[in-house]
Design a protein around this ligand. Sequence first.
Ligand code: PEP
Ligand code: CO
Length: 464
Amino acid sequence: MNNISSPGPLGGARKEHDPANWNPDSWRKFPVLQQATYPDPEALEKTLHELSELPPLVTSWEILSLREQIAEAQAGKRFLLQGGDCAESFQECNSSVITNRLKVLLQMSLALVHGLQMPVVRIGRFAGQYAKPRSSDTETRDGVTLPSFRGDLVNAVEFTEEARTPDPQRLIRAHSLSAMTMNFVRSLVDGGFADVHHTEYWNLSWVKHSPLADEFHKLTESLSQSLRFMETITGREIGRLRRVDFFTSHEALHLHYEQAQTRQVPRQWGWFNLGTHFPWIGMRTADLDGAHVEYFRGIRNPLGIKVGPGMTGDWLAQLLETLNPERDAGRIVLIHRMGEDKIEERLPGLINAVHETGSPVLWISDPMHGNTESTRDGTKTRRFWKILREMELAFEIHLDNNSRLGGVHLELTGEDVTECTGGARDLSDEDLKRAYKSTVDPRLNYEQSLEIAMFIVRKHAQNT
Ligand code: PEP
Ligand code: CO
């Protein structure tokens, strides 16, 4: 076997162990969870074929460059920030939602770069986050049972038979809207929107006055002064700070959709999912013998794995063995989401189990998904103090166990929403009624997001 090909950015040389017996569709032979049932399977196959011929959304170079950045984060040289909506919606694929989300992520990442004194890996939960796992295949209202809403990739949220019937054309629409989202983000970033010399571009028009916005402005003011000073004495522009990389991610849940984006590229070995840079496996589909793990083991993208309180050390060790048998750096990000009441009990054992495998991973905290609850009137919310508490415990537990928390995964939006209680404006259960827009999980708003970034900086300062 010829196992040398031209080296790419991350050593493109072919590994001895190309995943054996793997194809983009080999997952179809395994038990699969959380998929939609299409009434016309032929129409689905036809659409998947069409999708597989459309241009990809990302390139293998970008994917390999993200792997390098994650490898640096694993070595303690970067912090990872991943954030965006719980679910994107077709209707909200518009310029203001996209720019507002970008503004929040840029503000957070600048606060982190400045406070942690290290570069940040920026990953959006966007351009493909259109499918959602559900606890039940069907929903019943007033004696009528219909398929559950599985995200805009599959069906529509209205409770009618027509809206809830899975429609393959939505796969094409999702691909197009993801392409538009990425195109716009790339143009903004390349065109100077992300330039740290112009943080005034990142102001959210609806934030009239906020103590945190003031704090952020003070920070950028001092940063631009020192930038100007450096540029004056060196006589050069600080170009490194001008360039910002933005990567995309989504839960790779709908395996037909992911398969159609899985391609080979010239001068690289193996297969890439070119529909996103960073796909992750959700908590409900991380079964070792399941179709999702089978799909993920064969692609070269860096992978996220959600790790909830039900995960065991053995299970996690076997996942690492299956998904990263070569123990490559930059391949695996473990996203723990325990809940502030369970993290102390569950996390230390998992950290030790991973240590014992010797496999390199980046641990990041998702302090959102283990802390979802309902108010008395049945509104889904998250208490900000619990989110902060889980983050705080995450930092401490890693430190106590010879490990390092290297990033954060958040559900957030740049829109003026009241979905999580608490935070700088101390939102109450009553306030949730004012601007609750999510059809799925409650998201952090602008102030709550910035508060998290500043909290991370404070925690980091205490730990170093
Ligand atoms: C999510 O990230 O929106 C999600 C469903 O997460 P989890 O798989 O961790 O529950
Ligand atoms: Co969610």
